[in-house]
Design a protein around this ligand. Sequence first.
Ligand code: ZN
Ligand code: ZN
Ligand code: FE
Length: 734
Amino acid sequence: MRPFVYRCAKKYGLKGFVFNLPKGVDIHVEGDTISVEAFLLELSENPPLASFIKNTTIHTTSFKGYKNFEILRSHDSQGLITEICPDIAICSECLSELDGSSRRTHYPFINCTHCGPRFTLVNDFPYDRVNTTMNEFEMCPDCRKEYDNPANRRFHAQPTSCCNCGPTYKYIDHGREIIDNELLIKKAAADIDKGKIIAIKGLGGYNLACDAKNSISVHKLRIFKAREKKPFAVMFRSIDEIQLISNISEEEKTTLLSWQRPIVILNLKDKINSFPSLTSGLNTIGAFLPYLPVHYLLFKHLKTKAIILTSGNESDTPILINDDEALNVFNSISGGILANNRKIEHRNDDSVVRIINNEPRLMRRARGYVPAPVDLSFEAEGILATGAELSNCFCIGKGHQAILSQHIGDLKNAETYSFFCENLKKFSELYRFNPHTVVCDLHPDYLSTHFAEESGLPIVQVQHHHAHIAACIAEYKLNEPVIGISYDGTGYGTDRNIWGSELLIADLIDFKRISHFEYVPIPGGDLATKETWRSAVSYLYKTFGKGWNKKDIPFLKIINLSKANKLTEAIDKKINSPLCCSAGRLFDAVAALTGICTESNYHAEAPLLLENYLDENFEASYPFTGDEIISFLPVINAMVIDIQNKKPIHQIVTQFHNTIAEVAFRQINFAIEKNPLKKVVLTGGTFQNKYLTEKLIHLLKKRELEIILPREVPCNDGCIALGQLAISANKKYK
Ligand code: ZN
Ligand code: ZN
Ligand code: FE
C-alpha cells in the first residue's frame, strides 16, 4: 500500500508521509483542497489489486509544512503487524513486460509490488526480503535501483529479480538438463503437446501437467495419481477458450480473471463434452487461467489450448515442494521436470470457487486467499482450533483476527497429518503464536481431536454443526442468535449419533437443536460413504420392512443381494450400524436407488453425479412428513413407485432436490414459529450444490429474512476451525 500512496501523493504534488500501522496505513498529506480530494478519490477508486480498504478515517490536522512526501519506517514495537498478503497472479504490466524487450523479457520470475509470490515464500516477519526465500538471491545493481526508488513499480517489491540475479528454471528430461530459458520452455511445451506428462514447480508446490484433450495422457495421469475418476482442473490459455466450452456469467468471468485466479466450477455447454476422460461424467468442469509467468510462457509455445494442471503428488498426499523428493517421485512420468531453484516456504494448492447465488463461494481456500485473516468482533488471542478431519485446515487466534491455514486435506493420510503438524509449527513461529487453549471437534476419533488431547493444554470440544454455523456468525460479526441450517455428510452429535441435517438456533456460546431428518441405521458406518448402496438398502428397509428386496427396481439387480440381506440382519442386530440423519447419506441413497452411483470413487461423487440430472424447468417435489423430525419414508416410497413406472431419471432427481429445498424451508418456518428470528445461516458441504442452494434461497424470498452464507471461508469442513475458535473465544467471556 505504501508505494502506491507515495506515488499518488507525488502525482498530486502533496507533501507529508505514510507508514504502516498494525491495522493499516497512516497517511499525512498537505496541499490544496482540490489535490487532496483528488488524492483521496484515487486511493479509494484505484487501489492496488490485492489490497483491501476495509475502512478509511479522515480528519483535519494542523499544517506542518513538510517539504517532501516520504515513506517512514513502520512503527511495530509490539510485533503487531501480522498481515501477510496472499500470492497474487501476474499483473498486466508485468505481463506486457514479459513479452516486451527489457531485462525481464521471457523471465519466468517477473513480479512487482502489484503481483507475485508472497505467502508461499515468507518465513518471518516483517515482510522483508531477508525474511523470504528470495534471501538467497542478491539483487543486481539494476534491480536494487528499482527496489530503492519509491517512484518505481518495484519499490520494495521483496521478490523482485531479473535474468541476471534471480532464480532460474531448468528442464530435467530423464538425466538431461536444459538451462536456456527459451529452449527449456519450448521443450516442456513440446513434450506436453506430444502427450507427455511433465512436472512444473509452481508457486505453492509441484504441479503435474498434460494436454487436457489427450485422453491417453489423462489416462496415464490417472494411473500415476491413483485417481480413477475424480475430475481434474483444467488451465485454459485464455478466457475466450473457456467461453467456447461454457456459457459463463459475468460473475464467473470476474472470478476467473481476479488476482486470486482460483479454479472456478463451471457448467459445460454440452453434456457430451470434449473432455470426457477428465470430467468423468460430470457436466461441470474446474477451469482456471494462467497465473504465473511460466504458465504464460508455456502457452506461447503450446499447440493445445488447455492443459490439466493438478497438484503434484501420488494419490491424496500433500502437494510436493521438495526438489529432491520431486525428482524421485516424478521419475516415472513420461515427460521431464520443470524445476527451479527458488525454495517454497509454504505449500499451497490452487483454490476452488463456485458461483452460487451470484457470489463466489469458496470450496477450497488456499492460493490467493490464505493467509488473509478473518476479522472478528471479539478477542481470540492464543486459541488454537484444530478443525475437522476430511477438509482440514486449522485456525489460530491473533488479537481480533482469526488466521486460517491453507487447505490441508484428509488427516487420515499419514503424510497429510504430518503436513498438519509441520504447518502448525510454521504458523506458530511466523505469528509468534503460543496457544493457551486448544479447541477441537466432539468426534472422539478425529485425528484433530487426538492432536488436541495430546497437546497437554486445556481443551474445548465443539459440536460439528454448531461450528459450521458459528463460522458464519463470526465472519458476519453477528451478535444475536441465528437460525442455522447445516447439511453435510457427517458430524458427531451430542447424542453420539451421526448428524448432518441440523436446524440449530445458535450463537457463539450455545445452540439448541430444533429439528433434523429422521435417523436411519447406516450398516458399515464409514464404509457407506464409499459404498453408497448401503445407505439405499437401509432407506429401503426402513420404508418397506421385510419386503424391501421384492421391489421391481434396477437397483436390486445391480447390487449383491445376499450381501445386502446380511446388512439388514446387521441393522436388526444393531451390529456396526450407527444411527445417522445426515443429508449426505440421503443423497447417497438416492444416487444408488436411481442407479446413478452405487459405489463412490471419490468424496461426494454421488451427490455430484446427481447434479448432472437436474432440470430447472421441473417444479414437482415429493411428500414428506414431520416438523421436529422429518421423515423421508414417503419420499422413498414415492420415488420407488416412480422408478418402477420408469419415470425419467432427471425428473426423479430434480424432484428429490426440490424436496430437500422444501424440507429446509419447512425446518426454517417451524423454527421461526417459536423463535421469531430474522437471520438464517445456510452452511455445510451440501450447500456447495448450486441448484439446491439457489432453490432454497428462492423459497426463502417469500419471507422477510436475512439469508447468510459463508463468503470468506468454505461452507464445507474448511470452515470448522473458524467456528471452533469463535465458540471457544466466546465461551470464555460468557
Ligand atoms: Zn506485476
Ligand atoms: Zn536483477
Ligand atoms: Fe461438516
